[in-house]
Design a protein around this ligand. Structure first.
Ligand code: CTP
Length: 472
């Protein structure tokens, strides 16, 4: 990295301009990290400098905004350099216009690289070229997050969420004055584009232990009220069985339990949902009961019917996905988690643990079997610990862990070899259309129960079933 920065300084000197390493990269260096995304503020000719770096050092140039002179140069996927002009007349002005003091520092590369100190980050000499007009270095040492000024968070309310993310990431305390500014900024969060919110919120939620910060966003900043559709309604709705706390408190508790369950059983790496999967998963925990109170009813026979509220939560999940502009995959994942989160408990209470029931539950959960089992365990842990029903919790935990163990150790059970394809079924006389899918699903279940064991018995079963279909 240091060599790359030397090259930047050299090219800048040739162009007769000043260049500074700024923002998060400087913070990370002081924190002892090796940044890979390097932001560079250039006095004049940012685009020319980016072009020279790409041409002369075999980087790939992407002009991000030609008019505003912003460009990115990528080097063999190792480092990414973002060039932009100073915001303001000079570097101090640029830094003061940034979000937090720890992000408002710069390194003057021209001076640094013309000195003998430009060798390696281990050589601490580079610190003497720090430009730090707001006291970022001191704040970082003290573990404090502080806004650069009174307007910083009103100018760009996204910075409120960035602040929470940075505090969580670097384990910082937010100064009381900055908390007040964050609270004011939070009221304007609705002005911020959904994709920007999701980018920061997603990063924050991906961190492994943010329960405390999620509570902070609620208690101190009222942020969830602006971000989550249904947040107020959840607070106004009592859990309608066990009557311990309102739905929103329960969801916050579930969020905390989810982080514990994920850590305790090392589940982080098994989740579906792609790179942002963990963040969507946690969002689902926070929203999972939003559909209450159209909800669990005790039926006359004493059994509990759960379907209503999980289904009723789907439109809220969709509205949130739209607001945050989640990708199609993220949206689908969120909706699936919300829609089916009650099913494992429903199966536990009402259906039992036969092979067929386990297989049906697996099929029902649409590729998110493991994730929904974990969410359900967190959900039930939250409910049963709050209402001190610990023996029931033990039984449920055993049930879920047994399912998870089976899922991880018996892949052939969950994915039985396909004896007949859709085409085979049609050749045997199954009418084209939805019936083919139904036959395939039934056939898989027949394999699970052992009623069908090989190609011959599969064909026999299909032929016999076809006779049961009334001819039109
Ligand atoms: N809303 C924002 C976004 C960014 N910045 C400034 O731009 C720098 C670069 O932003 P970005 O690359 O998004 O974040 P980093 O702080 O570099 O953090 P990370 O590398 O962890 O994403 C920040 O350090 C900060 O100085 C800001 O003031 N306000």
């Amino acid at each position: 990295m240091w060599n790359l920065l030397k090259m930047v300084a050299q090219q800048a000197a040739d162009l007769g301009t000043d260049v500074y390493l700024v923002g998060g990269a400087v913070r990370d260096l002081l924190w002892g990290l090796r940044p890979r995304d390097l932001d560079l503020a250039v006095a004049n000719g940012a685009l020319d400098l980016a072009r020279r770096m790409a041409d002369r050092h075999r980087g790939t140039l992407v002009v991000l905004d030609g008019q505003r002179q912003m460009a990115r140069v990528v080097f063999k996927q190792d480092y990414q350099l973002d060039f932009s002009p100073f915001k303001g007349a000079h570097i101090e002005g640029d830094l003061r216009a940034r979000d937090f003091t720890i992000n408002a520092m710069a390194l003057h590369l021209n001076s640094l690289c013309s000195s003998k100190n430009c060798t390696s980050p281990a050589d601490q000499g580079w610190r003497s070229f720090l430009v730090d007009p707001t006291g970022g270095k001191r704040d970082l040492q003290l573990g404090l997050l502080q806004a650069t000024g009174n307007e910083a968070l009103l100018d760009d309310p996204l910075r409120v969420i960035r602040g929470v993310r940075l505090a969580a990431q670097f384990n910082l305390s937010i100064t009381p004055e900055t908390v007040v500014l964050m609270r004011q900024g939070a009221r304007r969060i609705e002005q911020v584009a959904g994709e920007r919110i999701w980018q920061e919120l997603g990063q924050a939620l991906t961190l492994p232990h943010v329960h405390h910060w999620v509570e902070f966003m609620d208690r101190e900043l009222n942020l969830w009220q602006y971000l989550l559709p249904g947040r107020l309604r959840m607070e106004a709705t009592e859990q309608n069985y066990y009557h311990v706390e309102n739905v929103w408190r329960h969801c916050l508790r579930t969020f905390g339990c989810l982080e514990i369950v994920l850590k305790k059983y090392q589940f982080y790496h098994h989740l579906a949902g792609g790179a942002t999967g963990p963040a969507v998963f946690k969002l689902a925990a926070l929203l999972h009961d939003v559909g209450k109170p159209d909800t669990a009813k005790i039926r006359p026979d004493g059994r509990i019917s759960f379907y209503g509220h999980a289904q009723a939560g789907v439109p809220y999940a969709e509205a949130l996905a739209d607001r945050l502009r989640l990708s199609g995959m993220e949206r689908q994942y969120l909706v699936t988690l919300i829609r089916h989160h009650m099913q494992p408990l429903h199966y536990f209470l009402n259906k039992g643990y036969s092979d067929l029931k386990v297989f049906r539950l697996f099929r029902l959960l649409e590729g998110s079997f493991l994730d929904i089992l974990i969410l359900s365990l967190a959900d039930v842990t939250a409910t049963y610990t709050a209402s001190e029903r610990l023996s029931e919790l033990t039984a449920y935990r055993e049930y879920i862990l047994k399912l998870i163990h089976r899922y991880e150790h018996e892949p052939e059970f969950f994915h039985p070899a396909k004896l007949l394809s859709g085409k085979d079924l049609i050749a045997l006389g199954v009418p084209e259309g939805p019936l083919v899918g139904k036959f395939l699903a039934r056939l898989a279940e027949m394999q699970i129960t052992g009623a069908v064991t090989d190609l011959h018995s599969a064909k026999q079963w299909v032929i016999a079933e076809l006779k049961n279909i009334t001819p039109q």
